[in-house]
Design a protein around this ligand. Structure first.
Ligand SMILES: [Mg+2]
Length: 412
């Protein structure tokens, strides 16, 4: 596996070209161009040519020394250090300007090339197409993970096996959000995800909340995560219930942008996992996408399911694989059939002792893709340990009213 990183704003906590512009007093011109470029409103190549025309007249050595001072994200630098053979920087920026910075980062780096005369850039020779480097490593049989934040990372992310959009320095370009696998705003969470991709897991289980659906049966015209329960969004209830969980993953699709804004009011280190095909797939696909690069054990949680706070604690403290079920409360549901020990031996649409509500916990070894429901994924592994919980699904408007009543005395 190879990790290909964008440089500006992804590894560095500042964009580099404005740093040069600041230093040489041509700030406004560059700042405006940079903002419009990162947002995808000026094509990268055009913008880069214009920026090099403006900045090329200054000393290469001064520029290089200046850029070597640009701060790097410390934990990310540490990750690159400890995995330097598998990390590669790809930047559209000029190699001659970035040499000092490249040295500081300490892994292989690719940049754009210029024709140089003495200490000055005469003109651009080649502009790096990041996707070419992705293709180059893929042709060697590598799995390529691309990490970037700008519109000029779009094609590289499309060509990569796994793509992570980051919002560490500024919000990622909007264009990335319709193709990326992950969106991460927090350095620590990003490093955790990178380690997980290397197979370095943390002990605590991951929690995967599926919020990708359109919530059509509820009829409030909102994805369920945003529905208000006693004055707070459903997702904010979940965030409070899962405060102690480090690796919290939210699978998003419909109204993903609004969910992100709501979540970030409470915490910044949630890993957003995109189910770009949310319209054609069911919760099984969302869970798979959320759990495939998570810790060794992942807890599946439907975004529209509220569980009593005491039972949430019990679930989080239970090791290994299990399936949770609740007393029957819906007319139309999937039932679980249990034996005397409470083990689940079957799911059924016809009859059963309890209602299947989730959550459920599975190990990575047993995680398989299913475009269908989560319970289909667990069926091959039955019988499994069962845990009875007080769980409340919000599928219909009646459920919604009932949950408002039930949660009134919950203390979070
Ligand atoms: Mg960038």
């Amino acid at each position: 596996m190879k990790f290909l990183f964008d440089l500006d704003g992804t590894i560095t906590s500042e964009e580099t070209l404005p740093v040069i512009a600041n230093h040489f007093n041509c700030k406004e011109e560059i700042a405006e161009l940079t903002i419009r470029t990162v947002a995808g409103n000026v094509p990268f190549i055009e913008s880069f040519i214009r920026r090099v025309n403006i900045l090329g007249k200054y000393s290469i050595k001064d520029t290089c020394d200046l850029l070597a001072q640009v701060p790097l994200y410390p934990e990310l630098s540490q990750f690159i250090n400890s995995h330097h053979a598998d990390c590669i920087i790809v930047t559209g920026n000029l190699t001659c300007w970035c040499e000092g910075l490249f040295k500081k980062i300490g892994c292989k780096c690719y940049g754009s090339e210029a024709i140089i005369d003495g200490d000055h850039v005469v003109k651009l020779k080649s502009i790096l197409r990041k996707e070419d480097i992705v293709d180059q490593y893929r042709a060697l049989g590598e799995t390529v993970v691309f990490i970037g934040d700008g519109n000029n990372d779009l094609e590289a992310m499309r060509h990569a096996n796994i793509s992570i959009a980051t919002g560490l320095t500024h919000n990622p370009a909007q264009s990335l959000l319709s193709i990326c696998d992950y969106l991460i705003f927090n350095e620590h969470a990003l490093c955790r995800q990178l380690r997980q991709l290397c197979g370095e897991y943390e002990d605590q289980k991951s929690v995967v909340i599926s919020c990708a659906g359109i919530g059509s049966r509820l009829g409030l015209g909102l994805t369920k995560a945003l529905v208000q329960i006693n004055g707070s969004s459903l997702i904010s209830w979940q965030l409070k219930l899962f405060k102690s969980v480090k690796d919290l993953r939210l699978v998003i699709g419909f109204q993903g942008g609004e969910i992100i804004d709501e979540v970030r009011k409470y915490r910044d280190d949630v890993i957003f996992c995109y189910n770009q095909r949310y319209f054609e797939t069911k919760t099984g696909a969302s869970f798979y996408l959320g759990a495939r690069h998570a810790n060794d054990f992942s807890l599946e949680w439907d975004g529209d399911l509220l569980v009593h706070p005491d039972d949430v604690k019990r679930i989080l403290n239970t090791d290994g694989e299990f399936i949770c079920y609740a007393e029957k409360s819906s007319d139309e549901a999937v039932w679980v059939q249990t034996d005397e020990q409470g083990q689940v031996y079957a799911f059924s649409r016809e009859r059963g002792d309890y209602e299947w509500t989730g959550p459920a916990c599975i190990s990575k070894a047993n995680l398989t893709y299913s475009s269908q429901n989560v319970f289909n994924m667990f069926e091959p592994f039955l019988p499994m340990r069962g845990i009875k919980v007080r769980a409340y699904d919000i599928d219909t408007y009646n459920d919604y009213q009932r949950v408002q009543e039930i949660t009134k005395d919950w203390v979070l």
